[in-house]
Design a protein around this ligand. Structure first.
Ligand SMILES: CC(C)(COP(=O)(O)OP(=O)(O)OC[C@H]1O[C@@H](n2cnc3c(N)ncnc32)[C@H](O)[C@@H]1OP(=O)(O)O)[C@@H](O)C(=O)NCCC(=O)NCCS
Length: 120
């Protein structure tokens, strides 16, 4: 297996669910096959599925520590931008002055606008 990922049509992230934004989730490329476009291809397929379903945007959450560095860079290069709502920890917005662990549950949420059905 080269890699895998999921497209979640109704995201657990409330802002995405409310806006009808499907979420790319659990994207992983096997370590031996990274840097060859596997994740880029998977993301393109997810975007095409979302366009075909009439979605006007697609999104994902990414961790903030260095293990997520390749993912952060990839998403930015593919046009994914922060949604502007800050970070969440276990589904809750992190407010100024609060303390949370820098772990896999601390997420920055990114979205990408999609063209209308039939444009790609
Ligand atoms: C993040 C992750 C999924 C990326 O997978 P990948 O298959 O290596 O991704 P790609 O090959 O499509 O892209 C990675 C880089 O290789 C480049 N690339 C793609 N195809 C290439 C090719 N044929 N030749 C050279 N470089 C290429 C991409 O432009 C990208 O460059 P960038 O780092 O400047 O953005 C992978 O690193 C991973 O599994 N990480 C651990 C799990 C993780 O963090 N998942 C994300 C959770 S949000």
């Amino acid at each position: 297996m080269l890699g895998y990922g999921s497209l979640v049509w109704r995201s657990d992230h409330h802002a995405f669910a409310a806006a009808g934004i499907p979420e790319i989730n659990d994207l992983v490329t096997a370590a031996a096959h990274r840097g060859r476009g596997v994740a880029t291809r998977l993301i393109a397929e997810f975007e095409a599925l979302a366009v075909a379903a009439g979605c006007r945007a697609i999104g994902l959450g990414v961790g903030l520590y260095a293990d997520y560095g390749p993912a952060q860079r990839l998403y930015a290069s593919l046009g994914y931008r922060p949604d502007g709502a800050g970070v969440t920890y276990r589904g809750h917005a992190v407010v100024p002055g609060s303390q949370v662990a820098l772990d896999d549950d601390l997420l920055l949420w990114l979205t990408k606008p999609l063209p209308p059905t039939g444009a790609i």
